[in-house]
Design a protein around this ligand. Structure first.
Ligand code: GLY
Ligand code: MN
Ligand code: MN
Length: 439
């Protein structure tokens, strides 16, 4: 059960979703399935984000059903029955009674009975919302329930005529974080910041990238964040130029930078921080010159995170500073406008400046409304993560730049006045990083 988000907030989310549903409709949301790792060993269970958002219920083999106006309760959970013998082996189960008492559902049934009960709940509802197309097995299951109703049309049964993807409606709700959600994300940011500081202090030649990964995992776990939000990236030297490098097995060498992109997941909320620092504790002149460009771009982008701006403004702000810096350092020629127009920067900066952040690291929510970039609004959380990557085999640039990869990434919540950086507790100015590493 969620420790940081009160149980009544989940009921409130279900109520808000039902307000958006058409009259005479029904919503069905399944829990995540368990997945085999090897033979009889399972991967650690992670609840489906949509299901978690609406229930706070952490078990697999469960289905949420929302039926606005249903006399015996609008918010219904199917879940595993309690079973003392099974629980002795596999741990505590909440059970249908517990789901009502502890989780605030209006009604609950054993998951083993769903095929008998759910078609009767769907019958007579004209529209059915569910995560259409997300999971083949669930798509087939929904159609099986509908077929039961179709087989009874001659007795007057009315199957639904419209099947609608739930995502759009639900994901728009998820995009705006509540005060409690922001508290969880701020806490996740603090834990991840501490982890990055610990990894920076551990870095030295003779160590390996995985030694730094170990420091990250130690700190996450030590604070009760039992999982990373995504596989940690610890790339030293030219590995820092591989955007999704997760091998993390190379030796750390004096003179190299290390790029760490890592964040914990706390109560199903992600943090996502990147810092880049020198193994030796001291930046070389070339590393420092490029680093200062990325840092200035990141500050410019954070400055642009403001409700007066649309989604793309921070990216535009970062891009200008990056391109200006590349021209000043002789890595690009021509004017800033030209280089942006012709995308001449792409060999050095090939990703966007950020993404929504929430229960998923690349969180849900539209970036455009129609053809227009979405306006930033208080409660939205995003990352700001410009970078520069000079490929080791890029012979168009002076050798001294090659193999340097730098990214600086923070998590930022939009506020009424502008924004607040949730991951601020890990240093990013050159002097502050060098001071921390020397301490
Ligand atoms: N760590 C994934 C990302 O920064 O988008
Ligand atoms: Mn990241
Ligand atoms: Mn990111």
């Amino acid at each position: 059960m969620s420790q940081l988000i009160p149980i009544k907030e989940f009921a409130e989310r279900r109520r808000r979703l039902m307000e958006h549903m058409a009259p005479d409709s029904i919503t069905i949301v399944p829990a995540a399935p368990e997945r085999t790792r090897n033979r009889d060993v399972l991967h650690p269970f992670r609840q489906d984000s949509d299901f978690q958002y609406l229930t706070g219920f952490g078990e697999p083999d469960a289905v949420l059903v929302l039926i606005p106006g249903r006399e015996h309760g609008e918010s219904v959970l199917f879940c595993k029955e309690r079973n003392p013998e099974k629980e002795r082996w596999d741990g505590f189960l909440v059970g249908p009674d517990g789901a009502i008492e502890q989780y605030g559902f209006d009604d609950a049934f054993p998951i083993a009975d769903i095929d008998d009960i759910l078609p009767g709940m769907i019958e007579g509802r004209s529209r059915l919302y569910y995560p259409l197309g997300k999971d083949h097995a669930f798509d087939a299951q929904v159609m099986d329930w509908v077929k039961v109703i179709r087989s009874k049309v001659r007795s007057g049964a009315q199957p639904p005529g419209e099947f609608v993807a739930l995502e759009h409606m639900l994901h728009d709700l998820r995009l705006y974080k509540s005060v409690n959600e922001i508290k969880v994300m701020e806490k996740a940011g603090e834990i991840s910041a501490e982890a990055h500081c610990r990894a920076m202090k551990r870095a030295r030649k003779g160590g390996f990238e995985y030694n730094l990964e170990a420091e990250l995992i130690h700190t996450f776990m030590d604070h009760g964040a039992r999982s990373t939000a995504y596989p940690s990236i610890v790339g030293s030297g030219a590995n820092g130029c591989i955007l999704h490098y997760i091998e993390n097995s190379a030796p750390l060498k004096d003179g190299d930078l290390v790029l760490i992109d890592a964040g914990c997941e706390l109560e199903c909320y992600a943090s996502d921080i990147t810092r880049t620092f020198p193994v030796s504790g001291k930046f070389s002149p070339e590393q420092r010159a490029l680093y200062e460009v990325v840092l200035a771009a990141q500050y410019a982008a954070i400055e642009a995170v403001h409700p007066d701006n649309h989604w793309n403004k921070p990216h535009e702000a970062a891009l200008k500073v990056l391109v200006q810096g590349l021209i000043e350092l002789g890595l690009l020629t021509g004017t800033v406008e030209q280089a942006i127009e012709e995308e001449a920067y792409k060999p050095f900066f090939m990703h966007r400046t950020g993404h929504w952040l929430g229960m998923d690291v690349h969180d849900v929510g539209d970036y455009k409304i129609g053809d227009a970039w979405r306006q930033l609004e208080p409660g939205m959380v995003l990352t700001v993560e410009p970078g520069l990557y000079i490929a080791p085999d890029n012979t168009t640039v002076d050798e001294k730049w090659r193999g340097i990869g730098i990214r600086i990434e923070d998590d930022v919540v939009v506020t009424r006045e502008g924004c607040r950086v949730l991951s601020r507790a890990v240093p990013k100015a050159v002097d502050d990083i060098e001071a921390l590493m020397a301490s």
